[in-house]
Design a protein around this ligand. Structure first.
Ligand code: NDP
Length: 866
């Protein structure tokens, strides 16, 4: 008989053990002989057909199951199964797809205990979290997306499913990440090949079983287990149309590089170092609980963990003292125990990483504090840890530790808080605590993060988008914004196999596109390494220009013998002379670059000749180089007033632009006709269409507003469409004016500043365009125009850290180049198919897709209530 009395319990208030039973999970594992194959085309493969690995319980070291290691051949079979199922699944009525998703949600709920225990065993995360957060949210995602399947035709008119999706997920939320990926894909009509993390495949295998149970058609959902090599094979597979990845920024970069130029759609949900900002007027008790949730949820193995605590100076000492008291009460131990707050870390490698970074933090001079806790003797545990006196540039302030380690520093003013919050390459989430809502929302608008929680933290829901800014990746999961990741506008859709043919330039554009490729070849021949320093590059430009026979500006030299591989059309001024005798050429100016509201000479001093479609010499334009792009980006950075101007004011400026364009319509039309040899009517049509397009985006400026998401908690979730900041634009070759404006205008309407590269052979359009901009009150630096070798300039834009996003129209090789070059800073690149597109057609040349691409959604959660 126990000698403990009720009084003893009240006196000590100690927790007793409260373990969740694991028998359900053990029975399920035993029913499968504790060994699992892949799930391909509606059936499980032989678990012992190839290599295998163990799935281990990190809390005990016990082997839970033997798992098949997916090979490239397994991936190939799974992708082919998904491809075979794709057309039928896409053609399945939305209502029917909705029923499948609803059935999956119901099954997750019915098996919620099994899912929860399996995730806890496999990952080491606490049963409290798997039971109360992971599993209910996973079910909620399937319910929510059943709704999108039902409404798809109505709400996403003009869009089609992307196709076969390769989805790669991490180990920190195994079932939840599966739900975030699979639910929207199936709702949109895509088929899936999923690669779960090597450490945590079990709930994905159980999910595969329930897809079979609900009768999901064979091949719609496929699962291949394995390690990073399996993931890499999925990324590389030619018949995959989209890759959706969640994981480390390092692997995100690898995937960006691997998919460059492939035409695969890509969404990346990567790491974070999210700020947790506490102002002096915050509710301290609530903020302390917020910190506990923010950093110690899931042992800190959370991409959006509030791992950087920023406390206003006057509150800091008090806050740290209270926090330490609270940390002392945290319970670390058996994750199956319902009274435990912090469970086991996923694997030895993760524990080692945390230990290494903590030691580094100490070495770098920060003060480390840990509560006096006894950790279990067996298993992978690390105590909750607080670092204070941390320099913002210290390793532990910058690197994602992905463990229960909080790094704290202080700030004085709101401006300083914002500066410190943004002092990171990441931009996933932020948490802001203040009883002054004006202040909190002001800071929320200034923090660079995809998700901001006001007086709250770690709020998630299927109806709200989740995803990052900057090196935290791109794309959103959840909400309307998340659905677009699995859809493609009708006009950009081309079945994979036809892509190569479809991407061949249309006859009118072919010459310039081929020429641009040839320029790249010349540049390659000249060995213009991307990493070469400026001088080398500028020398390269000089010799490139010399090769091409370009003269110095204002010094029209007869072109030397034109090397065959040279791209930009150069004709001898002699031909001008002869045609000039008959009829004076319409264009004889030498347009300069347009940077910071000024016409400037290119840094190189070179220019290049532009000719009409038929080869008649039209004049010369500046040959911009890396330094010109840098200057243009700097000018665009400085022009931030455009982004903070009201939408109404931006619209007024655009209307004024239309007004001025209409006054010069005849002149512009003749100019375009001369360039395009398109007959009298083309220029007129193009100018008229341009005026309409300006009107369209002036109209949109104050109408493409955000949403208030209907999340189930007591709060408003504001989905704000924010401009990227500085947007690089590489214009299409055809329709010099309309093509360029079709890209610049939506960017401007949404508040971006633009650095644009006009079509190389049509760059003469810059002169009338910057005159228009000058006379239309477009603030200096808002639009910058740099002419020259398209792909070489595009490369510089892609590499530039201060260009926030890049739109590229051009050749396939150019698309590959810019996507590869964006790997370093993980800049989102939109490759816009121009060939075959009718820029005059509003359905293809303007509208929501452009506006959506001109913005990124920030979800701001604001709770309300007493
Ligand atoms: P990874 O980014 O390596 O893993 C994520 C997923 O990608 C896993 O399924 C992994 O497979 C797979 N993968 C690995 N390499 C490739 C590749 N070359 N091509 C395609 N897929 C690949 O994260 P880790 O699990 O290795 O964790 C390392 C660190 O990453 C952590 O310490 C943490 O800092 C961070 N991390 C961040 C996450 C986030 O959500 N922000 C999530 C997980 C980790 P496999 O599991 O077999 O390696």
């Amino acid at each position: 008989m126990s000698s403990i009395t009720v009084k003893d319990v009240f006196n000590s208030m100690e927790y007793g053990p409260a373990p969740e039973a694991r028998n359900l999970a053990d029975e399920w594992l035993m029913a499968h002989g504790s060994s699992f194959g892949h799930y391909i085309g509606g059936a499980f493969t032989d678990p012992n057909a190839g290599e295998v690995f163990d799935s281990i319980n990190p809390a005990t070291g016990q082997v839970l199951a033997t798992i098949a290691q997916g090979s490239a051949a397994d991936i190939d079979r799974a992708v082919k199964a998904a491809r075979a199922a794709q057309d039928d699944w896409a053609a399945t009525p939305g209502h029917v797809r909705a029923r499948y998703l609803y059935a999956l949600a119901r099954q997750i709920q019915k098996h919620s205990r099994l899912f929860a225990v399996l995730d806890t065993l496999d990952n080491g995360k606490t049963i409290r979290e798997t039971r109360d957060l992971d599993v209910p949210l996973a079910a909620r995602h399937f319910y929510h997306h059943a709704g999108w399947a039902q409404l798809l035709d109505e709400e996403f008119r003009g869009y089609r499913p992307v196709g076969v999706c390769g989805q790669i997920i991490p180990w920190n939320f195994p079932l939840l990440m599966l739900a975030w990926k699979v639910a929207p894909a199936l709702a949109a009509g895509c088929t899936v090949v999923l690669k779960p993390a090597e450490f945590t495949p079990l709930t994905a295998l159980l999910f595969a079983e329930i897809t079979r149970h609900v009768g999901l058609p064979d091949g719609v959902f496929n699962l291949v287990t394995g390690d990073g090599d399996t993931g890499a094979a999925l990324v590389a597979h030619e018949q995959v149309d989209k890759i959706a990845f969640t994981g480390s920024t390092e692997v995100g970069r690898i995937i960006r590089r691997e998919t460059a130029g492939s035409g695969k759609k890509l969404s990346l949900e990567l790491g974070g170092k999210s700020p947790f900002i506490v102002f002096e007027d915050a509710d301290i008790d609530a903020a302390i609980e917020g910190v506990v949730d923010g950093i110690w949820l899931n042992q800190g193995e959370v991409c959006c963990a509030g791992s950087r605590l920023l406390v206003q100076e006057g509150l800091a000492e008090k806050f740290y003292a209270r926090l330490k008291r609270r940390m002392q009460t945290l319970r670390v131990g058996d994750p199956l125990d319902k009274g435990v707050d912090i469970g086991a870390l996923v694997a030895p490698v993760q524990l080692e990483r945390i230990e290494r970074l903590v030691e580094q933090g100490k070495r770098e001079g920060a003060t480390c504090w840990q509560p006096d806790l006894t950790l279990p003797e067996q298993g992978l545990y690390f105590p909750p840890t607080l670092f204070t006196d941390v320099e913002p540039s210290a390793t532990i302030s910058q690197v994602e530790i992905f463990g229960p380690v909080l790094v704290a520093t202080t700030f004085r003013t709101p401006a300083e808080a914002v500066e410190l919050a943004n002092h990171t390459r990441y931009g996933l989430a932020a948490s802001i605590w203040s009883s002054n809502l004006d202040l909190a929302l002001d800071v929320a608008s200034k923090v660079k993060a995809g998700v901001v929680w006001v007086n709250s933290t770690n709020m998630f829901d299927a109806a709200a988008g989740f995803g990052g800014y900057r090196e935290s990746g791109y794309g959103r999961e959840g909400g309307r914004e998340g659905m677009y990741e699995y859809l493609q506008p009708d006009w950009t859709f081309a079945p994979r196999k036809e892509t190569a043919a479809a991407a061949q330039p249309a006859p009118a554009a072919s010459r310039a596109d081929d020429l641009a490729d040839d320029v790249a070849a010349v540049v390659d021949r000249l060995d213009l390494d991307a990493d070469s320093d400026d001088d080398q590059l500028d020398d390269g430009f000089a010799s490139f220009a010399a090769d091409a026979g370009f003269g110095f500006e204002d010094e029209l030299q007869p072109a030397a013998a034109e090397p065959e591989e040279v791209a930009l059309p150069v004709t001898e001024p002699a031909s001008v002379a002869s045609s000039a005798e008959a009829e004076p050429p319409a264009i004889d100016a030498t347009p300069k670059l347009y940077i910071g509201g000024k016409q400037v000479r290119p840094d190189s001093g070179y220019s290049y000749a532009v000719t009409s479609e038929q080869g008649a010499f039209l004049g010369e334009v500046g040959l911009g180089n890396r330094k010109d792009i840098r200057n243009a980006v700097e000018a665009a950075r400085k022009a931030s007033s455009w982004s903070s101007a009201t939408a109404h004011n931006r619209a007024q400026v655009l209307y004024y632009l239309a007004e001025n364009l209409s006054q010069r319509a005849d002149e512009l039309a003749r100019f375009i006709d001369t360039m395009d040899d398109g007959g009298a009517s083309l220029g007129e049509r193009e100018v008229e269409a341009s005026i309409r397009r300006i009107y369209t985006y002036a109209a949109w400026a104050d109408k493409y507003d955000g949403q208030v998401h209907a999340t189930p908690l007591r709060n408003v979730t504001l989905a704000m469409n924010e401009p990227w900041g500085v947007l690089g634009v590489v214009a299409p070759t055809d329709h010099a004016l309309l093509g360029l404006l079709s890209l610049i205008l939506p960017a401007l309407a949404m508040g971006n500043r633009v650095v644009a590269i006009p079509s190389s052979p049509r760059a003469a359009i810059m002169a009338p365009l910057y005159q228009l901009l000058d006379t239309s009150d477009v603030p200096a630096g808002t639009v910058n125009l740099v002419s020259g070798n398209r792909d070489e300039l595009a490369r510089v834009l892609a590499q530039h850290d201060d260009v926030d996003s890049l739109w590229y129209c051009g050749s396939r090789s150019g698309a590959k180049l810019v996507e590869e070059e964006s790997t370093g800073n993980l800049k989102p690149v939109w490759v816009i198919r121009s060939s075959g597109r009718d820029w005059f057609d509003p359905a293809a040349g303007e509208g929501r897709e452009f506006l959506r691409r001109a913005t990124q959604v920030k979800n701001i959660w604001v709770p309300y209530g007493e």
